[in-house]
Design a protein around this ligand. Sequence first.
Ligand code: SF4
Length: 686
Amino acid sequence: MPFDLVPSVCPHDCPSACALEVERIDGRRIGRVRGASAQSYTQGVVCAKVARYAERQHHPARLSRPLRRVGEKGVGEAAFSPISWEDALDEVAEQLTRATQCHGSETVWPYFYGGTMGLVQRDGIHRLRHAMRYSREHLSICNMLSDAGWLAGVGVKRGVDGREMGKSDLIVVWGGNPVSTQVNVMTHIATARKERDAKLVVVDPYRTASAEQADLHLAPLPGTDGALACAVMHVLFREGYADRAYMERYTDDPDGLEAHLAMRDPGWAARITGLSENEIVGFARLYGRTRRSYIRVGYGFSRSRNGAAQLFAVTCLPAVTGAWAHEGGGALYSNHGLVTIDRSLIEGLDLFDPGTRILDQSRIGPVLTGDPRDIGDGPPVTALFIQNTNPMVVAPESGLALRGFQRPDLFVCVHEQFMTETAAMADIVLPATTFLEHDDLYTAGGHTYLQIARAVLPPHGECRSNHEVVCGLAERLGARHPGFAMSAIELIDRTLHLSGLPDIEGFPEGGWLDCCPPFATGHFLDGSAHADKKFHFRADWRALGREHAQLPSFPDHVAVIDEGGPEQPFRLVAAPSRSFLNTSFNNTPSSVAREGRPTALVHPEVLEGLRLGDGDRIRVGNRRGSVVVHARGFDGMQRRVVIVEGLWPNHAFEEGIGINLLTSADPGQPRGGAVFHDTSVWLGPA
Ligand code: SF4
């Protein structure tokens, strides 16, 4: 079938932000989606789930009309009737106004997250929030802990260009599984292996698909990576791998660090991590003797009560060896702070009132059930307007989220692409465009490009973009801001201009602007972002969050994790799967077929002790509840570790609620952050 190739950008919550080439057929449908070969990070490669995006884009279950719920909450489309856009927006505005009249404006909570990562369509909800003085949202569910850990040492959210992995002699993938979740990292690692015979080390509590490809896999117990990093640094100092001249020039207190680490030897770390001393020393020597060593820092090991401290400890490694100074050396966590974007027009920051309350998105369950730690003496949340997220499944402690959404006095509007579990609890559901149907501007975590993508297709059915819906509500609510009168592309153009960047006219062909800094800046050779220009071995946690009392200055193992005990001896990691991305793609046929069914990976000896075998039903539980999944024996981890991959729809579980029933809404330290991989559980036959 004839098609034209149209450029775009993957909007999903993934650091790669791939530059795409989309086959457009007859102007109304898409065929295959490919990576753009001319964009030097994407290099023509995308993950399988996005290559098959036509399944999602043209899915028969796409929402196409506004809906009003006329039946029970939680039933799905059968409980809704179609209404017009005018009636739907009128009703939402009326309900938000009524709630405000009863309880004050903070009773309304606009709630969003990274279902799309484009700045206009994702963040425009803030403009409405600020204009109306609605409750703010503490964006804690993904990168709060990892940001804090990175900023403690480096001081700014950027790192060494990901393309430099191709020039490394040792790549350490720490707490991530790029084969499944960030395929482009593997492209650059493959270059280094082919051209330089580089080694790959993966640090992850279980043998992931990435670990399968590694020369060395270290599988510490969840929540103990900080101890591993400290012992590695102990060996680096003890055996002469520390670059003292580099540290003298570029770091704040190398002598203090060395003295602090004196007691944190491999024996100490072995007892905490469950690794052997030989494994720790072997890795330390490999890392220490390789100048061009590049740590690709993932998010996984930050999803723990001590996650910020763990990530901080890992960032100290290249500062001890001086790897930052070498091409192909250093570390990267995220480049989202690389380009300074003036967000005032998109987010309505000129209307921002710091006096409005802020509620923690990861604690939506406690918030909606009136937990005094969240609500205090403020009004209850009685109205939610939700875009780009599915908290009924993705939020921790989802039993509480369910109870909250069931409240009869809670008005909910959800703007979505599918009838998600959250949409099924709404009073009004509005159909949303996909990234192929609207314009947006994208930064990236994994690379250095700023990218613009224009709509490829007309909207499906009556779908409207997030920007259009926010503007439609603003008009009805009487919210005033110039951004409400602009199109998405006008917002992009003006934002680029305000940011001192090339505007639409001046943007490079293809829509990719490479913002890679010069080598010395990219490698922090002209100083880190701290006032003293040094990398900090002594973290100033007080400056990063209020809950700092238990966080030591120097890198360490911080024993605040959910260790469990005789009642809950196992440590659950609710890891991402290859074919889903949060809850996106968990309804596309090929993704579901590949993932199979909710499954617990359990060490074979543990399984045998429970008198269970492969494929048997197993109950995984803790004090928050329990779920039934199928077991699979897997020896790629320590005996205490249990893995359940993928955010399956709730209906995929026998009892209708998913894995986040078990995870905690406790905030990580020092400033909150979801602790998805810090969960003790028991196991038993179902
Ligand atoms: S690898 Fe990530 S950014 Fe690239 S296409 Fe897949 S989900 Fe999108």
